[in-house]
Design a protein around this ligand. Structure first.
Ligand code: HQG
Length: 190
Protein backbone atom coordinates (compact mmCIF):
# COMPACT_ATOMS: atom_id res chain seq x y z
CA UNK A 1 0.00 0.00 0.00
CA UNK A 2 1.29 3.48 -0.84
CA UNK A 3 2.29 5.84 1.95
CA UNK A 4 -0.57 8.09 0.98
CA UNK A 5 -3.13 5.30 1.36
CA UNK A 6 -1.66 4.33 4.75
CA UNK A 7 -1.77 7.96 5.87
CA UNK A 8 -5.40 8.23 4.76
CA UNK A 9 -6.39 5.13 6.74
CA UNK A 10 -4.70 6.44 9.89
CA UNK A 11 -6.28 9.86 9.46
CA UNK A 12 -9.65 8.21 8.74
CA UNK A 13 -9.48 6.43 12.10
CA UNK A 14 -8.65 9.69 13.83
CA UNK A 15 -11.59 11.39 12.09
CA UNK A 16 -13.89 8.55 13.22
CA UNK A 17 -12.78 9.17 16.79
CA UNK A 18 -13.53 12.89 16.41
CA UNK A 19 -16.85 12.61 14.57
CA UNK A 20 -18.28 9.67 16.49
CA UNK A 21 -16.90 9.85 19.98
CA UNK A 22 -14.63 12.71 21.03
CA UNK A 23 -14.77 15.97 19.05
CA UNK A 24 -13.08 17.60 22.03
CA UNK A 25 -9.86 15.79 21.02
CA UNK A 26 -9.31 18.59 18.50
CA UNK A 27 -11.26 21.19 20.39
CA UNK A 28 -14.36 21.26 18.18
CA UNK A 29 -18.01 20.44 18.77
CA UNK A 30 -20.69 18.77 16.67
CA UNK A 31 -24.14 20.23 16.21
CA UNK A 32 -27.27 18.33 17.25
CA UNK A 33 -27.29 16.46 13.92
CA UNK A 34 -23.70 15.34 14.25
CA UNK A 35 -22.22 17.85 11.80
CA UNK A 36 -18.76 19.35 12.29
CA UNK A 37 -17.70 22.47 10.43
CA UNK A 38 -15.16 21.39 7.77
CA UNK A 39 -12.79 24.33 8.29
CA UNK A 40 -12.92 23.92 12.07
CA UNK A 41 -12.16 20.21 11.70
CA UNK A 42 -9.15 20.83 9.46
CA UNK A 43 -7.85 23.61 11.70
CA UNK A 44 -8.38 21.46 14.81
CA UNK A 45 -6.55 18.46 13.34
CA UNK A 46 -3.66 20.67 12.24
CA UNK A 47 -3.45 22.28 15.66
CA UNK A 48 -3.09 18.78 17.12
CA UNK A 49 0.16 18.45 15.14
CA UNK A 50 -1.10 16.25 12.28
CA UNK A 51 -1.15 17.27 8.64
CA UNK A 52 -4.41 17.43 6.69
CA UNK A 53 -5.79 19.63 3.92
CA UNK A 54 -9.11 19.80 2.12
CA UNK A 55 -7.90 17.56 -0.73
CA UNK A 56 -6.92 14.85 1.75
CA UNK A 57 -10.24 15.14 3.58
CA UNK A 58 -12.18 14.92 0.31
CA UNK A 59 -10.17 11.85 -0.68
CA UNK A 60 -10.83 10.18 2.67
CA UNK A 61 -14.58 10.81 2.40
CA UNK A 62 -14.69 9.54 -1.18
CA UNK A 63 -12.43 6.53 -0.78
CA UNK A 64 -13.07 5.31 2.76
CA UNK A 65 -13.58 1.55 2.57
CA UNK A 66 -16.85 1.68 4.49
CA UNK A 67 -18.03 5.11 3.35
CA UNK A 68 -17.99 6.20 6.96
CA UNK A 69 -18.40 9.98 6.42
CA UNK A 70 -20.59 12.40 4.44
CA UNK A 71 -20.35 16.04 3.50
CA UNK A 72 -23.48 18.19 3.48
CA UNK A 73 -24.72 19.58 0.16
CA UNK A 74 -22.31 22.52 -0.02
CA UNK A 75 -19.42 20.60 1.58
CA UNK A 76 -19.09 23.04 4.48
CA UNK A 77 -19.96 20.36 7.04
CA UNK A 78 -19.01 16.73 7.60
CA UNK A 79 -20.38 13.96 9.81
CA UNK A 80 -20.01 10.24 10.45
CA UNK A 81 -22.72 8.10 8.86
CA UNK A 82 -23.06 5.81 11.89
CA UNK A 83 -21.20 4.46 14.90
CA UNK A 84 -21.68 7.38 17.31
CA UNK A 85 -21.36 7.11 21.05
CA UNK A 86 -22.29 10.75 21.58
CA UNK A 87 -26.02 11.51 21.46
CA UNK A 88 -26.57 13.17 18.09
CA UNK A 89 -29.59 12.79 15.82
CA UNK A 90 -28.29 12.05 12.34
CA UNK A 91 -31.83 12.13 10.98
CA UNK A 92 -32.02 8.53 9.82
CA UNK A 93 -35.42 7.47 8.53
CA UNK A 94 -36.92 4.28 9.99
CA UNK A 95 -36.57 1.42 7.49
CA UNK A 96 -38.17 -1.96 6.98
CA UNK A 97 -35.50 -4.63 7.66
CA UNK A 98 -34.98 -7.85 5.71
CA UNK A 99 -36.27 -10.96 7.49
CA UNK A 100 -32.82 -11.81 8.85
CA UNK A 101 -29.97 -9.52 9.86
CA UNK A 102 -26.58 -10.50 11.31
CA UNK A 103 -24.68 -9.28 14.37
CA UNK A 104 -20.98 -10.09 14.52
CA UNK A 105 -19.43 -10.46 17.94
CA UNK A 106 -16.79 -12.52 19.76
CA UNK A 107 -17.27 -15.93 21.37
CA UNK A 108 -16.12 -14.53 24.71
CA UNK A 109 -19.21 -12.26 24.84
CA UNK A 110 -21.71 -15.04 24.16
CA UNK A 111 -22.59 -16.02 27.73
CA UNK A 112 -23.24 -12.43 28.68
CA UNK A 113 -25.27 -11.80 25.49
CA UNK A 114 -27.33 -14.93 26.17
CA UNK A 115 -28.11 -13.58 29.62
CA UNK A 116 -28.64 -9.87 28.90
CA UNK A 117 -29.29 -9.66 25.16
CA UNK A 118 -27.27 -7.72 22.57
CA UNK A 119 -26.75 -4.34 24.19
CA UNK A 120 -25.76 -1.05 22.59
CA UNK A 121 -22.87 -0.75 25.03
CA UNK A 122 -21.18 2.60 24.39
CA UNK A 123 -22.82 3.26 21.03
CA UNK A 124 -26.19 4.78 20.22
CA UNK A 125 -27.39 1.62 18.47
CA UNK A 126 -26.69 -2.07 18.04
CA UNK A 127 -25.03 -2.57 14.63
CA UNK A 128 -26.25 -5.25 12.22
CA UNK A 129 -25.48 -6.17 8.63
CA UNK A 130 -27.49 -7.79 5.89
CA UNK A 131 -24.65 -10.18 5.04
CA UNK A 132 -22.66 -12.75 6.99
CA UNK A 133 -19.22 -11.72 5.71
CA UNK A 134 -19.52 -8.18 7.10
CA UNK A 135 -20.71 -9.54 10.45
CA UNK A 136 -17.76 -11.94 10.59
CA UNK A 137 -15.34 -9.06 10.00
CA UNK A 138 -17.02 -6.99 12.72
CA UNK A 139 -16.81 -9.94 15.13
CA UNK A 140 -13.12 -10.56 14.40
CA UNK A 141 -12.31 -7.10 15.73
CA UNK A 142 -13.14 -8.43 19.20
CA UNK A 143 -11.64 -11.95 19.12
CA UNK A 144 -12.88 -15.27 17.78
CA UNK A 145 -15.83 -14.31 15.65
CA UNK A 146 -19.36 -15.53 16.09
CA UNK A 147 -22.26 -14.40 13.92
CA UNK A 148 -25.71 -14.18 15.45
CA UNK A 149 -28.55 -14.32 12.91
CA UNK A 150 -31.32 -12.05 14.13
CA UNK A 151 -35.02 -12.55 13.44
CA UNK A 152 -35.51 -8.97 12.31
CA UNK A 153 -38.89 -9.76 10.81
CA UNK A 154 -40.21 -10.82 14.22
CA UNK A 155 -38.60 -7.81 15.90
CA UNK A 156 -40.30 -5.45 13.43
CA UNK A 157 -43.63 -7.19 14.03
CA UNK A 158 -43.06 -6.70 17.75
CA UNK A 159 -42.57 -2.97 17.28
CA UNK A 160 -38.79 -2.58 17.17
CA UNK A 161 -37.69 0.31 14.97
CA UNK A 162 -34.77 -0.18 12.55
CA UNK A 163 -32.67 2.42 10.77
CA UNK A 164 -30.45 2.01 7.74
CA UNK A 165 -27.43 4.29 7.69
CA UNK A 166 -26.23 6.01 4.52
CA UNK A 167 -23.45 3.41 4.32
CA UNK A 168 -25.89 0.48 4.66
CA UNK A 169 -25.38 -0.45 8.31
CA UNK A 170 -28.59 -1.58 10.04
CA UNK A 171 -29.13 0.00 13.44
CA UNK A 172 -31.57 -0.73 16.25
CA UNK A 173 -31.95 -0.73 20.01
CA UNK A 174 -30.99 -3.52 22.44
CA UNK A 175 -31.98 -6.98 21.19
CA UNK A 176 -33.40 -9.66 23.52
CA UNK A 177 -31.85 -13.12 23.17
CA UNK A 178 -35.17 -14.62 22.01
CA UNK A 179 -34.68 -12.89 18.63
CA UNK A 180 -31.39 -14.70 18.00
CA UNK A 181 -31.89 -17.68 15.71
CA UNK A 182 -30.01 -20.06 18.00
CA UNK A 183 -29.93 -22.99 15.60
CA UNK A 184 -28.26 -20.91 12.91
CA UNK A 185 -25.44 -19.31 14.90
CA UNK A 186 -22.13 -19.34 13.01
CA UNK A 187 -19.39 -19.92 15.57
CA UNK A 188 -15.80 -19.65 14.30
CA UNK A 189 -14.42 -20.27 17.77
CA UNK A 190 -15.43 -23.92 17.73
C1 HQG B 1 -20.82 -6.75 22.42
C2 HQG B 1 -17.46 -0.92 13.30
C3 HQG B 1 -21.20 -8.62 26.35
C4 HQG B 1 -21.16 -6.61 20.96
C5 HQG B 1 -18.13 -2.19 12.90
C6 HQG B 1 -19.87 -6.06 20.43
C7 HQG B 1 -19.58 -1.98 13.27
C8 HQG B 1 -21.94 -7.54 24.48
C9 HQG B 1 -19.34 -5.22 21.58
C10 HQG B 1 -19.53 -0.90 14.33
C11 HQG B 1 -23.26 -7.55 24.97
C12 HQG B 1 -19.50 -3.74 21.34
C13 HQG B 1 -20.00 -1.41 15.64
C14 HQG B 1 -23.50 -8.15 26.22
C15 HQG B 1 -23.28 -6.59 23.06
N1 HQG B 1 -22.45 -8.66 26.88
N2 HQG B 1 -20.91 -8.07 25.18
N3 HQG B 1 -24.73 -8.23 26.76
N4 HQG B 1 -24.07 -6.96 24.08
N5 HQG B 1 -21.99 -6.95 23.29
O1 HQG B 1 -17.47 -1.88 18.74
O2 HQG B 1 -21.08 -4.02 16.79
O3 HQG B 1 -15.39 -0.05 11.22
O4 HQG B 1 -19.38 -1.00 20.16
O5 HQG B 1 -21.53 -7.86 20.41
O6 HQG B 1 -17.95 -2.49 11.55
O7 HQG B 1 -18.63 -4.53 17.30
O8 HQG B 1 -15.80 1.50 13.10
O9 HQG B 1 -19.89 -2.62 18.41
O10 HQG B 1 -18.98 -7.10 20.16
O11 HQG B 1 -20.40 -1.57 12.23
O12 HQG B 1 -16.99 1.83 10.94
O13 HQG B 1 -20.14 -5.57 22.72
O14 HQG B 1 -18.17 -0.50 14.42
O15 HQG B 1 -17.60 0.01 12.31
O16 HQG B 1 -18.54 -3.34 20.40
O17 HQG B 1 -19.21 -2.55 16.03
P1 HQG B 1 -18.75 -2.12 19.43
P2 HQG B 1 -19.71 -3.53 17.12
P3 HQG B 1 -16.38 0.87 11.88
Amino acid sequence: MSDKATDDIGMGKFISLILRHKPETVDISLNEHGWADVSELIAGIRKSGRYIDIAMLERIVAENNKQRYSFNDDCTKIRANQGHSIPVDIELPAANPPDVLYHGTATRFLDSIREKGILRQNRQYVHLSSDIKTALDVGKRHGKAVVLPINAKKMAEDGYVFYLSVNRVWLCGDIAWKYVKENEIINQGK
